[in-house]
Design a protein around this ligand. Structure first.
Ligand SMILES: [Zn+2]
Length: 103
C-alpha cells in the first residue's frame, strides 16, 4: 500500500483541529483541575468559556467591569459582550464547573 504523503494529510488534520476547537459538540467532560489550569495559564477569572463551555485559551479574552474573562475562540467574546450579565450569572451559579473566581 502506498503511503499518503504527510503534506496532503496536514491540511486535513488542521481543519479537523480547527473544527474541534471552535463549534462542534458541547463538551461537559473537562475536570475542575483542567479548567483551573486553563484559567491560570490564560490569566483570566474563568477557566471554562461561558459560551461554548470549553477550556479558555491564551490570547482570547476580554475585559468587562475590570475583570478579564477568557474564551475558547474569537467569536465567543463577541457573543459574551452582547449579554455579559447572562453569562456571568451562569458562571456565578456554578463557579466550580467554570473555574470561576468570584471578584
Ligand atoms: Zn468559546
Amino acid at each position: 500500500m502506498r503511503r499518503v504523503p504527510f503534506v496532503l494529510l496536514a491540511p486535513c488534520l488542521a481543519a479537523v483541529l480547527l473544527l474541534a476547537g471552535c463549534g462542534g459538540k458541547n463538551v461537559d467532560e473537562f475536570s475542575p483541575a483542567a479548567v483551573a489550569a486553563a484559567a491560570k495559564s490564560a490569566g483570566t477569572v474563568n477557566g471554562l468559556c461561558p459560551i461554548m463551555r470549553k477550556p479558555v485559551v491564551q490570547g482570547d479574552n476580554t475585559e468587562y467591569k475590570g475583570e478579564r474573562y477568557g474564551f475558547c475562540c474569537p467569536g465567543c467574546s463577541t457573543q459574551f459582550l452582547k449579554d455579559p450579565e447572562r453569562y456571568l450569572a451562569a458562571m456565578k451559579a456554578d463557579p466550580v464547573r467554570y473555574g470561576y473566581k468570584q471578584p
